[in-house]
Design a protein around this ligand. Sequence first.
Ligand code: HEM
Ligand SMILES: *[C@@H]1O[C@H](CO)[C@@H](O)[C@H](O)[C@H]1NC(C)=O
Ligand SMILES: *[C@@H]1O[C@H](CO)[C@@H](O)[C@H](O)[C@H]1NC(C)=O
Ligand SMILES: *[C@@H]1O[C@H](CO)[C@@H](O)[C@H](O)[C@H]1NC(C)=O
Ligand SMILES: *[C@@H]1O[C@H](CO)[C@@H](O)[C@H](O)[C@H]1NC(C)=O
Length: 331
Amino acid sequence: MPRLLTLLLFSLSSFLGADVVTLAATNLSVGYYSKTCPDAELVVRGAIQAAMAREPRSGASVMRLQFHDCFVNGCDASVLLDATPNMPGEKQALSNINSLRSFEVIDEVKAALERKCPGVVSCADIIVMAARDAVVLSGGPEWDVRLGREDSLTASQEDSNDIMPSPRANATSLLSLFSQFNLTPVDLVALSGSHSIGRGRCFSIVFRLYNQSGTGRPDPNMDPEYREKLDELCPIGGDGNVTGGLDATPTVFDNQYFKDLVQLRGFLNSDQTLYSGCERTKRVVEKFSKDQGAFFRAFVDGMIRMGELQSERRGEIRRNCRVVNAALSEF
Ligand code: HEM
Ligand SMILES: *[C@@H]1O[C@H](CO)[C@@H](O)[C@H](O)[C@H]1NC(C)=O
Ligand SMILES: *[C@@H]1O[C@H](CO)[C@@H](O)[C@H](O)[C@H]1NC(C)=O
Ligand SMILES: *[C@@H]1O[C@H](CO)[C@@H](O)[C@H](O)[C@H]1NC(C)=O
Ligand SMILES: *[C@@H]1O[C@H](CO)[C@@H](O)[C@H](O)[C@H]1NC(C)=O
């Protein structure tokens, strides 16, 4: 076991360069706030429900935060820190700029929790609770979240740039990325099923509509009718910020995403490649397209294990998710 851990450490540190993840700095547990802030989970659920009533897409947007937080030096709310003159923020990293959104929803949750139990609930835990709630409120599975994370004192735009995958990614590179975090091919496919809700920009797909892998041709793995629709949505030279649904039912958390992939109607290259670019993941996509229960179980398992990623650095409970406490007390 120690040997395995060392190996893991080696592969992770060589890959990440910066910080080792999966070694827990704190022990997570279900019901972590039951004594210190008994209503914490209710408060989060209420705030996410209100946000989604205002804007249904905000559920998907807060759920995505868990992925972009946890993969970069662990689940420590580093993604929420605003840039400072000395520290470039992760919000401006390649995969996040003009894309990651609904930070104000997390601010609302935090404000409500600070009113109830000041200084108790971490921003990192808020992301994990909010992600779970967004899935539940979109019709997906319910699960118990393990809590007790601390918030980081820094962010790393560079690490985010190095780690977060591109929408152009193929299955081989995604499998390799996920395995660095001890996540399996089934985890990759199940967690990609998060794209059952939410939207993506034309910016993320124009290459595959008009110039896949520099061929000057579209991605051949696209249903022609679907491609025509996307061509219309995203014409050459059009507005890269226009968005389309990531699956045919972008406000409902279901297995439609996998049914779409089987019909070559995946939005992102990184989605379609799971069916069209790899036999191993193709079998999993086929299974989930026919068995929503199996997808839900694997998704919950993947979210819990992605939520365990932690750096070994200790942190704090931020009072404002956008800034470290030391910066607050300067005023
Ligand atoms: C497997 C590798 C993944 C890649 C390459 C990827 C890439 C992307 C891209 C390119 C977008 C659209 C961004 C834009 O056009 O502005 C997106 C949206 C989204 N991603 Fe992923 N993603 C991956 C995995 C995940 C995972 C693991 C989760 C969560 C568990 C997730 C959750 C989401 C959600 C919910 C949205 C929609 C957000 C919204 O509507 O605001 N993604 N992803
Ligand atoms: C976590 O729990 C383990 C086993 O119960 C214990 O040995 C360890 O000291 C705990 N770590 C922290 C940071 O509390
Ligand atoms: C997948 O992507 C990686 C990284 O971009 C590239 O080096 C590799 O050649 C690609 N593999 C396939 C099978 O296209
Ligand atoms: C397509 O991509 C290739 C390689 O990235 C590039 O050299 C070429 O100019 C592109 N073609 C068009 C029409 O954009
Ligand atoms: C999208 O909008 C942002 C902010 O208005 C702008 O800076 C950016 O260039 C736009 N991106 C694309 C791809 O058009």
